[in-house]
Write a protein that binds this ligand. Structure first.
Ligand code: HEC
Ligand code: HEC
Length: 216
């Protein structure tokens, strides 16, 4: 008569064991998932906020950059046509100066004939820089007439920005030809932002994702 109970008791024991173990497992799973949610949910919320803030911060910074790009000191070398522009009113460069294939002028009218390495003293004299030229004919980098949306997309586009990656784009704000925009001599109006503020806005724009402001 002892045999059945002897057989039974270990059975009951093992059922209890299984119950206890599964209960513990349940607890662990529940606690773990609760814990995970607690960690995750604010994390996800923050990530979403950052993404939104990033694109807004970036696009906002580009609007500042854009005000500089569209200023005569920059746009005069980024014309829609094949002739540079001049002056605060962006009139077409006198003397029929042309872009040429490489951007350095056509035939005898090379930019460097008149534009020296340094500014020429006086009013209405050619500004100077060793690299003075237009972008080449096969990569015109037009600013004139572009909306902020279109220009942001163009500059972030490797195939339209002179094959610049992110690092090279960041570097470009430090380019001497860009800096020249703040030192063109004569009575030429400087760009609307101070140079350092331009660089700051440029970096903010690109480091936060290089977003374009919405199309109007
Ligand atoms: C024959 C001489 C001559 C040649 C060649 C020449 N320039 Fe000029 N450029 C001038 C003079 C002079 C001025 C200043 C005009 C003024 O301020 O009234 C000037 C002004 C400019 C300006 C205006 C600067 C500003 O912000 O107002 C730009 C841009 C420019 N040149 C680009 C070029 C480019 C690019 C080339 C070559 C494709 C070139 N120039 C070839 C004489 C020349
Ligand atoms: C003397 C003419 C000249 C002036 C002035 C000039 N640029 Fe440029 N810019 C160029 C040339 C040439 C290139 C192409 C060479 C290169 O990519 O390094 C270029 C390229 C660029 C590019 C990259 C091309 C793109 O559209 O993606 C940017 C951005 C730029 N310039 C900004 C400026 C800003 C900002 C100013 C004014 C502060 C300025 N430039 C004034 C000649 C000029």
């Amino acid at each position: 008569m002892k045999q059945p109970s002897e057989i039974k008791s270990p059975n009951i024991l093992s059922v209890k064991k299984v119950l206890v173990i599964s209960l513990m497992l349940c607890c662990i799973v529940i606690i773990a998932s609760a814990f995970k949610q607690k960690i995750n949910s604010p994390g996800i919320a923050i990530a979403v906020n950052i993404a939104n803030d990033d694109s807004a911060t970036s696009a906002q910074a580009f609007l500042q950059v854009y005000s500089v790009l569209m200023s005569p000191r920059c746009m005069n070398c980024h014309p829609a046509g094949n002739r540079p522009l001049q002056g605060d009113d962006n009139h077409i460069h006198t003397m029929n100066v042309q872009r040429g294939k490489d951007g350095k002028g056509l035939y005898a009218l090379k930019c460097s004939n008149c534009h020296q390495a340094e500014n020429t003293a006086g009013l209405h004299t050619p500004p100077g820089n060793p690299k003075w030229q237009l972008p080449p004919a096969d990569m015109k980098m037009v600013f004139q007439g572009k909306s902020a949306h279109d220009l942001a997309l163009q500059i972030m586009d490797y195939n339209r920005n002179g094959h610049k990656n992110k690092e090279q784009l960041l570097e470009h704000a430090r380019d001497t030809l860009v800096k020249a925009g703040w030192n063109m001599g004569g009575d030429r109006t400087p760009p609307p932002l101070a140079y350092d503020d331009f660089v700051k806005a440029w970096d903010t724009w690109i480091n936060n994702g290089g977003y374009a402001p919405p199309a109007k």
